[in-house]
Design a protein around this ligand. Structure first.
Ligand code: CP
Length: 333
């Protein structure tokens, strides 16, 4: 099936760079089909019958609300029994066990590991480590320091694709990303996925201190993605088909760091008349003052829907990793 669809079945989900357009299109259809099962009790019972013999570990040693809860819910929807560690103070890491040994131990007991950690590249390292053992299990990167958040980017793509369904899709759209673009992992992963959509234009709007990192700039240039960097918030949001707001990632501040003034990069009710009538407002959440709750009522605000889309996206990704996506009948692509 995968050969005809144009992508290799992923063993792990580690980076947005691993996905091509064929995978993204397949994932979109798969999520839409899975959501149809949500409409009836029989449909939900069918989903629960797919993986009741599987176990998962949610290893989240960096704070999370929605990624953790949506993976927990996704496991439950598919009948998977999840275990969790949310603080190394409660595991044998506290006694000096290495992260590598801890993750290898989880692989002795479960069939899937979902991990969020403050260390960039940790998921890749653990996937390589486990692949060399007699019991490799799929790893999902649920956020790796300031580096990557591929499942967030996949749910963002799903949200964009649904939002632009009647406007010929994501291709050719102008996506404006605002905030701490230097340390925002959602920005880094989403930008990589958007490189799969021809003629898409990216506007990166931030204070000078929070401009995108060189490696992302080089990646976009290597893929011929059109992008501009600006400090002009008003002009950027006026030009955008989608505005993707993000918070300051000050958990990565060095001790004694000077606070950056981000007041000019906050979306407020007074900006709403400036936006395109059919534009889309997104945010990976959690938010602070960069996204005024007063605009939650605006039909262009999609961030609560985005959050729920995350659960269905994660259901779809787990079915792919566990090889049961073929049990969800898709229309011909
Ligand atoms: N968007 C996101 O990753 O949210 P959490 O940190 O709450 O999981």
């Amino acid at each position: 099936m995968q050969a005809t669809l144009g992508f290799e079945r992923p063993k792990h989900i580690l980076s947005a760079s691993q996905f091509n357009r064929a995978f993204l299109d397949y994932m979109y259809e798969l999520i839409n089909q899975i959501r149809k099962f949500d409409k009836t009790k029989d449909g939900l019972m069918y989903l629960q019958s797919l993986l009741p013999h599987r176990r998962a570990m949610l290893y989240f040693t960096q704070p999370s609300t929605r990624t953790f809860m949506s993976f927990q819910a996704a496991c439950s929807i598919l009948g998977i029994k999840p275990s969790e560690i949310r603080d190394t103070a409660t595991s044998s890491e506290r006694k000096g066990e290495s992260i590598d040994d801890s993750l290898r131990t989880f692989a002795s007991y479960v069939d899937l590991i979902v991990m969020r950690a403050p260390v960039a590249g940790l998921s890749d390292r653990i996937a390589t480590l486990l692949d060399a053992t007699p019991r490799p299990v799929p790893i999902i990167n649920a956020g790796s320091g300031p580096d990557e958040h591929p499942t967030q980017a996949l749910l963002d793509i799903y949200t964009l694709q649904r939002s632009f369904k009647s406007a010929s899709g994501i291709e050719g759209k102008t996506i404006c990303m605002v905030g701490d673009l230097k340390r925002g992992r959602t920005i880094r992963s989403l930008s990589r996925l958007l490189a799969n959509y021809p003629r898409t234009q990216l506007i990166f709007c931030s204070p000078p201190e929070f401009k995108i990192a060189d490696d992302l700039r080089q990646f976009l240039s290597s893929r011929d993605v059109s992008f501009e960097e600006t400090t002009n918030f008003t002009a950027a949001i006026e030009a955008a088909d989608a505005i993707y707001m993000t918070r300051v990632q000050d958990e990565y501040d060095q001790a004694g760091a000077t606070k950056v003034d981000t007041r000019a990069y906050c979306l407020k009710q007074e900006h709403l008349p400036l936006l395109r009538r059919d534009s889309v407002i997104m945010h990976p959440l959690p938010r602070r003052d960069e996204l005024d709750p007063a605009i939650d009522h605006d039909p262009r605000a999609k961030y609560w829907r985005q959050e729920r889309n995350g659960m269905w996206t994660r259901v779809a990704l787990i079915t792919i990793l566990m090889g049961v996506d073929s049990h969800i009948v898709l229309p011909t692509l």
